[in-house]
Design a binder for this molecule. Structure first.
Ligand SMILES: CC(C)(COP(=O)(O)OP(=O)(O)OC[C@H]1O[C@@H](n2cnc3c(N)ncnc32)[C@H](O)[C@@H]1OP(=O)(O)O)[C@@H](O)C(=O)NCCC(=O)NCCSC(=O)c1ccc(O)cc1
Length: 140
């Protein structure tokens, strides 16, 4: 299954008063990192779908386990591993590392969906398209 890894710096705006990560930023990093993974595969999950809908990958489940905290200006490696591709849903493991040391690990479930324009509450889920499934299944 697909792996995707990149490095990022822990910035001032992402720290608590003690100078370590303030945990909600991990959620934002997971959103940004997953979008980068999809974009790197040539898939924009938020692209328009026809004239009346926008694509989306709403999160349906997220569990986070904190092991050690990164400090201001440290480099954090974010690994994303595709763990399951269901019918409409996809599961991902996120690992945040300082070198080889695990800092935080999370399990996330997303669903392939679209939002009708002008009616964001009418979320429609759909089967993961075959070309997306094939790209996520590749060992890379
Ligand atoms: C998604 C829903 C409309 C349900 O749609 P339905 O089509 O009825 O869902 P189903 O019950 O058929 O389940 C569809 C699949 O999801 C799976 N599923 C459903 N619920 C769950 C939960 N809670 N955990 C894990 N998997 C789930 C289910 O097993 C099905 O999997 P497959 O077998 O692989 O197909 C409804 O659950 C919902 O609105 N949930 C709230 C979602 C939400 O508010 N998320 C947070 C805000 S959205 C967000 O953050 C976002 C991020 C990025 C974006 O691009 C867009 C939005």
């Amino acid at each position: 299954m697909r792996h995707y890894t990149y490095d990022r710096r822990l910035n001032w705006s992402e720290c608590d008063a003690g100078g370590i990560i303030f945990f909600p930023h991990y959620a934002r990093w997971m959103v940004d990192g997953l979008n980068e993974m999809f974009l790197s595969l040539g898939i924009d999950p938020n692209a328009p779908r026809g004239d009346n809908a926008l694509g989306g990958l709403p999160v349906l489940g997220l569990s986070m386990k904190f092991v050690s905290a990164p400090a201001l200006h440290e480099t954090v490696t974010h690994q994303i591993i595709v763990t399951k591709i269901g019918g409409k849903s996809m599961a991902f493991r996120h690992r945040f590392l300082r070198g080889e040391e695990l800092l935080m690990e999370a399990e996330e479930t997303r669903v392939w969906a679209e939002h009708p324009l002008g009616n964001p509450r009418a979320l429609r889920t759909q089967q993961v398209p075959d070309h997306v499934r094939a790209l996520l299944q590749e060992a890379a």
